[in-house]
Design a protein around this ligand. Structure first.
Ligand SMILES: NC(=O)c1ccc[n+]([C@@H]2O[C@H](COP(=O)([O-])OP(=O)(O)OC[C@H]3O[C@@H](n4cnc5c(N)ncnc54)[C@H](O)[C@@H]3O)[C@@H](O)[C@H]2O)c1
Length: 248
């Protein structure tokens, strides 16, 4: 596994949960980090600085084109480059299709999928100039599960996989790879706030080959591999870091 000294990583949804774990791990390996979140990611900034790396915390909604334009400008002004983009921000409000209205559908699509396109556009010039880049989109292993109440979520996360594959073709000649990582149900603040209870967590982890609930840190190793030099020939790929639930 290579080090990340001299690299700048931009991570969305970085204030807590999986995004925060990714920021800390990248910093521990030597990257400077831009932590982006709709809520001021002050705790994550502190964690990155505690690893001795430069940290910039930006507050904004990554589904909002104006906010993302501002985020892109801030990345340029304060870091001057972006080598690694982790599109992690996501929401998962369960709602049966009979109760799901268009606004709720659009919100999930916007936060989980539109944001990955917007954030990519915001930093892509830096990667093209450097002729090196790593884009990692966080999807979900739920795309392969029969889960009632998640039409919007699963459609957005399948969309993320499609976006990953197609984008890989467009940017490969610039030395940029694009891959997706799918966690399993994982114990994060977002999951604790959701209607997905402990019963579902135990049920899903029981189906995995590795029979324990996922933690935010379980996603980190795959992201580090895809963010480094060692994965240079891997692109358009989706890796489920999900304790082996993918085998079903
Ligand atoms: N936790 C799980 O069980 C699980 C499983 C599979 C996939 N995932 C995916 O992993 C990612 C992270 O999930 P998590 O469980 O760590 O979530 P979380 O809710 O604990 O953290 C998500 C962070 O994203 C931020 N965020 C939400 N909307 C935003 C927006 N519009 N703009 C900027 N920031 C925004 C939140 O403020 C929060 O800090 C999501 O994409 C999620 O779909 C999670």
């Amino acid at each position: 596994m290579t080090g990340f000294e001299g690299r700048v990583a931009v991570v969305s949804g970085a204030g807590r949960g999986i995004g925060q774990a990714i920021c800390r791990a990248l910093a521990r390996r030597g990257a400077d980090v831009v932590a982006v979140d709709i809520v001021d990611p002050v705790e994550t900034v502190g964690m990155v600085e505690a690893e001795g790396r430069k940290a910039v915390g930006l507050t904004g909604d990554v589904s909002d084109p104006d906010d993302v334009r501002r985020i892109g400008q801030q990345v340029t002004e304060r870091m001057g480059r972006c080598d690694i983009l982790v599109n992690n921000a996501g929401i998962y409000p369960a709602k049966n299709v009979f109760k799901l209205d268009y606004d709720a559908w659009r919100r999930v699509m916007a936060v989980n999928l539109d944001s990955q396109f917007l954030m990519t556009k915001a930093v892509l010039d830096h990667m093209c100039e450097a002729r090196w880049g790593r884009i990692i989109n966080i999807t979900s292993n739920s795309v392969g599960l029969a889960l009632p109440g998640f039409t919007h979520y699963i459609a957005s996360k399948m969309g993320s996989i499609g976006f990953t594959r197609a984008l890989a073709s467009d940017v490969a000649s610039f030395g940029i790879t694009v891959n997706a990582v799918g966690p399993t149900l994982s114990r994060t603040p977002g999951l604790a706030e959701s209607v997905i209870g402990d019963g579902a967590l135990q049920h899903v982890s029981g189906l995995q080959a590795i029979k324990r609930p996922g933690e935010a840190e379980d996603v980190v190793g795959t992201v580090l591999f895809l963010a480094g030099d060692d994965s240079a020939f891997v692109t358009g790929q989706t890796i489920m870091a999900d304790g082996g639930l993918v085998r079903l």
